[in-house]
Write a protein that binds this ligand. Sequence first.
Ligand SMILES: Nc1ncnc2c1ncn2[C@@H]1O[C@H](COP(=O)(O)OP(=O)(O)O)[C@@H](O)[C@H]1O
Ligand SMILES: [Mg+2]
Length: 133
Amino acid sequence: MILAREVVDLRESEDVLKARQQARALALSVGFGLVDQTKIVTAVSELARNTVTHGGGGTATLEVVEYGAHRGLRIVFRDQGPGIADVEQALRDGYTTAGGLGLGLGGSRRLMNDFEISSFPGKGTTVTVVRWK
Ligand SMILES: Nc1ncnc2c1ncn2[C@@H]1O[C@H](COP(=O)(O)OP(=O)(O)O)[C@@H](O)[C@H]1O
Ligand SMILES: [Mg+2]
């Protein structure tokens, strides 16, 4: 069941800040403590930035979800950019095609409980992450 949903357009750097703020607010509403909030916000920051810089812009959909007795925060990042040809390679720490640190994808995967990428070269990328309470 989805208890709350916010969609943030990701076009430019300032939008990354908006996504961070929404993530923080929804994490608070779920009752996550400061450590978990920070993990979530850090992952959202990295993935939103990827949507803007590598994906050419897109959206972040943030949802408070409930499965049985468990609540969580799910964030789906979608873009219609160039896609990722080799997802496994992109997940490797230090791999970057843009002179970054190459820690965004791998780091986000470690910070969240669920992590899923589907990407189609020429069509775009969708990254779904969940942190469970
Ligand atoms: N949304 C995306 N669309 C296309 N390529 C992406 C996307 N997200 C990540 N990538 C690719 O994966 C690589 C690794 O991403 P990441 O770990 O965040 O490192 P960085 O952003 O520092 O390059 C990027 O350099 C880029 O090639
Ligand atoms: Mg990155």
